[in-house]
Design a protein around this ligand. Structure first.
Ligand code: PEP
Length: 247
């Protein structure tokens, strides 16, 4: 049985005061069947890790650099994130691909860096609305997945997760339908299964894109949907808790 996972991506939101309030509530969260992961802004990573220590919550980074160290002003290495006590990292989020020019090759390097440091990478893949309208959503997602598999090999995915996040669904209030989400998750799993059935069967594949408490249960109902990556709703403790419970 694959574990259920719900991850909250806080993006570039919050302050010491708002994050303290959010954590005061989240620390009480009880969802025993679900692994709950928090992805705060890097500025608060250490404080969040300390605050949740001893709880069921795990903490990850939203981004890392591909190198372990060096003259890369402003960047943060996977090893540093690990050193702070983080366990996971998002790789290839569409906002990083879009606003920071992250290509499939860069995403693959970061994925590899996460594994090298002992972090669990969550590889984000997803098509744009144009790609969906043109009927090539699956092709676009598979290209992103294949780029990482080509770089690290399929067995390395044993220590990773995938998040299917259609770009047009992120922060728009327009989620994929449960049928469309399940269909893409099943295609992703089939792609991995063609290379390694054990890796495919154990791989948590999360859905992301405008998840709310109202649509979470239906989205998580798909046989290949193992939980969610939540943006906006993860900043509200009650909404996030209800999404975790739906998983
Ligand atoms: C995200 O940032 O990964 C995301 C899914 O955002 P939202 O839930 O706000 O659509």
């Amino acid at each position: 049985m694959r574990r259920r996972v719900v991850a909250g991506n806080w993006k570039m939101h919050g302050s010491t005061a708002t994050i303290e309030r959010l954590l005061d509530a989240l620390i009480q969260l009880r969802a025993p069947q679900v692994d709950v992961l928090l992805f705060p802004p890097i500025a608060y990573l250490s404080a969040v890790i300390e605050r949740v220590r001893g709880s069921e919550l795990a903490v990850g980074a939203q981004n890392i650099h591909a190198e372990s160290s060096g003259a890369f002003t402003g960047e943060v290495a996977a090893e540093m994130v690990k050193d702070l006590g983080a366990t996971h990292v998002l790789v290839g989020h569409s906002e990083r691909r879009r606003w920071f020019g992250e290509t499939d090759a860069i995403v693959a390097q970061k994925f590899s860096a996460a594994l090298r440091a002992g972090l669990v990478p969550i590889l984000c893949v997803g098509e744009t609305s144009e790609q969906r309208d043109e009927g090539c959503a699956e092709q676009a997602v598979m290209m992103q997945l294949d780029a990482v598999i080509a770089a690290v090999g399929v067995t390395a995915l044993r220590r990773a997760m995938i998040a299917y996040e259609p770009v047009w669904a992120i922060g728009t209030g327009r989620s994929a339908t449960p049928v469309d989400a399940q269909s893409m998750h099943s295609a992703i799993r089939a792609r991995i299964r063609a290379l390694d059935a054990m890796v495919a069967d154990g791989m948590p594949i999360l859905y992301g894109g405008s998840i709310t408490p109202a649509n979470a249960a239906a989205l998580f109902g798909g046989a290949d949907v193992d939980g969610g990556l939540v943006g906006g709703a993860s900043l509200n403790a009650e909404q996030f808790e209800n999404i975790c419970k739906a998983a």
